[in-house]
Design a binder for this molecule. Structure first.
Ligand SMILES: Cc1cc2nc3c(=O)[nH]c(=O)nc-3n(C[C@H](O)[C@H](O)[C@H](O)COP(=O)(O)OP(=O)(O)OC[C@H]3O[C@@H](n4cnc5c(N)ncnc54)[C@H](O)[C@@H]3O)c2cc1C
Length: 546
């Protein structure tokens, strides 16, 4: 049977196995891993909880959902044909376009035939005797494979707020990450949005356009900056297409795989006028330039950070007419860029509309959701629709929701109770033949660039095992300790590590996630790849192969 690349598939599945590799999840990671493993002749099965491909871009259908990454820096880079035939219509594409793109990828490479939809994996157990993984689905079905790849996503386990009465509400209620496929009309309705993170900011801006009355419940404001999205003309797309090699080269070189990179100058190395002009330029630049292309010390030096935060605070004051509301929207408990920066398209102006009200629940928390709305410690509200923009149990949430048991029956979730430990974010000692894409402590940033790297690294490792007649790979304990120590060293000195956020593993809506940890790798992506390349070039000495 020919593969997309024209190679012949050799069926390799051993007796007693359903396939060589099981992949959990059919988002950007799962689709690409399927493509690469099938190409090397493996038999693969993908199990996906949703009814379609796309992961993030399948589930997050909420109004306003769109990229923070430049569209053309986000798409897959591996297929010239795909790059040649796909036209992006906006610099920062909205969810429907990205979902269409990923469906196009699945069709083009005939990926669907190996994907089972509506299939949530509940458990995965390492069988030491047979040296295989057995996975169990929610519907009771069981499958065996030699290798298991989790492609379950870093932001894919939605969380509701821990407020009593969530099930009592008799109106319509939606979580942004579980948005229905049918259209939701806000026309003339009384709407509540709970949450003002990156998702809330996008959703609020859209919902405010048609809602009869919108009440926004804010626990803590974030530093939001303008996205400056615009359409891509045909001529521009032709230029982008010609520039793809340079775009991907740039993404390979920058710290976070974005087109933007840190400004080498320090905040206080330039005159006050130069600094102001630079910051004005950043404020009118598209995307994350303002976060990732700022002076090199803004995210590590308290004084530099405070000065830039004051600059953004002034912008908020200029844009929001009611000074009381403006002050509520200015973060006081963290500096700019120390939490995920939401990108907005007219967010602050929403609060100048007569149909929008901002309620701070910091001082007057929500007591409960009621059948007709909700009650804070100060007021009773009545709503037709409640939108929970309360985000995700990030990074480990989707892994935690699967009962993953490695050698000796140890649970992955338990293993991480004392702190996250991995080998290059992909493996954990004691969990042989388990490979995580976008697992904790891997490089994130402009994520598909890191996904492509991780997928190919896993593919190369499996090819190495096959060439050397090995069937099992487990990370050595000292390799895990070394990588974990490196991740911790890389996080030292970052102001972001002094703030509660999903990046420091804190989520008040998730039990047990109330202590700050080093939840993510904060070194650069090139450093990450250098480390992983060294491991591969050295014959995987950091792994125990059998
Ligand atoms: C609203 C939003 C906007 C974002 N914008 C950007 C951006 O602009 N740039 C950027 O780089 N990143 C962005 N991200 C991050 C985004 O998650 C990644 O870019 C990327 O989509 C991750 O792909 P993935 O395949 O690893 O995971 P996902 O896309 O999350 O896919 C994981 C899949 O696994 C499935 N799954 C999980 N658990 C199970 C299970 N137990 N059984 C079966 N199936 C399971 C899920 O249903 C899902 O389909 C955004 C995230 C969100 C939520």
């Amino acid at each position: 049977m020919p593969t997309p690349s024209g190679q012949q598939v050799r069926p390799t599945t051993a007796p007693g196995l359903d396939c060589d590799t099981i992949i959990i999840g059919a988002g950007i990671s799962g689709l690409y891993q399927l493509y690469r493993l099938r190409e090397m002749g493996q038999s693969v099965r993908v199990f996906e909880a949703g009814t379609g491909v796309g992961g993030t871009w399948y589930w997050n259908r909420y109004p306003g959902c769109r990229f923070d990454s430049e569209s053309y820096s986000y798409g897959y880079s591996f297929s010239q044909e795909l790059l040649d035939e796909w036209d992006w219509t906006e610099h920062f594409a909205a969810q429907p376009e990205t979902e269409r793109y990923l469906n196009h990828v699945a069709d083009k490479f005939d990926l669907r035939r190996d994907i089972r939809f509506r299939s949530r994996v509940k458990a995965a157990t390492w069988d030491e005797e047979r040296q295989t993984w057995e996975i169990g689905l929610e519907d009771g079905a069981r499958y065996r494979s030699r290798y298991l790849v989790t492609a379950v996503g870093p932001l894919s386990a939605p969380t509701l707020p821990r407020i009593t009465g969530v099930d009592d509400f008799r109106g319509e209620a939606y979580h942004t990450g579980l948005w229905p496929k049918h259209p939701v009309s806000f026309e003339g309705k009384r709407v509540a949005v709970i949450g003002t993170g990156a998702t809330g900011v996008q959703a609020i801006t859209e919902i405010a356009k048609t809602a009869g009355h919108l009440t926004v419940f804010q626990r803590r404001p974030n530093w939001c900056t303008p996205l400056h999205n615009r359409p891509i003309t045909r001529a521009e797309m032709a230029e982008i297409r010609k520039g793809y090699p340079a775009i991907f080269e740039r993404c390979r070189e920058t710290a976070a795989c974005f087109l933007h990179n840190t400004e080498p100058r320090g905040t206080f190395e330039v005159s006050a006028e130069e600094r102001q002009a630079f910051w004005e330029m950043l404020y009118s630049s598209p995307g994350f330039a303002i976060w990732l292309g700022n002076f090199r010390d803004v995210l590590v030096d308290r004084e530099a950070n405070a000065l830039f935060s004051a600059f953004v605070a002034d912008k908020i004051r200029q844009r929001v007419k009611d000074s009381r509301v403006a002050e509520l929207l200015i973060p006081k408990d963290h500096g700019f860029g120390t939490r995920r920066v939401p990108q907005e398209s007219g967010y602050y102006e929403v609060y100048n509309q007569p149909n929008v009200e901002l309620v701070s629940i910091l001082d007057a928390p929500i007591e409960r959701i009621t059948p007709t709305g909700l009650r804070t410690t100060e007021r009773e509200f009545v709503f037709d629709i409640i939108v929970y923009a309360t985000g995700f149990d990030a990074i480990t949430g989707s892994l935690d929701r699967i009962d993953i048991r490695g050698a000796g029956g140890q649970r992955l979730k338990e293993r991480w109770k004392g702190g996250l430990e991995t080998f290059v974010g992909v493996m954990v000692d004691g969990f042989p033949n388990l490979f995580m894409i976008m697992g904790p402590h891997t490089a994130l940033g402009n994520i598909p660039r890191s996904i492509e790297y991780n997928v190919e690294w896993i593919r190369d490792l499996l090819a190495y095992l096959e060439r050397h007649g090995r069937r099992v790979a487990d990370a050595r304990r000292n390799a895990v300790e070394e990588w974990t120590a490196f991740v911790k060293r890389k996080g030292a000195g970052l102001l972001a590590n002094e703030v509660d956020s999903w990046m420091t593993g804190v989520n008040q809506n998730v039990e047990g996630k109330n202590v700050r940890i080093v939840a993510r790798y904060s070194g650069t992506a090139p450093e990450y790849r250098e480390w992983c390349n060294r491991v591969a070039a050295g014959g995987y000495r950091e792994l125990q192969l059998a």
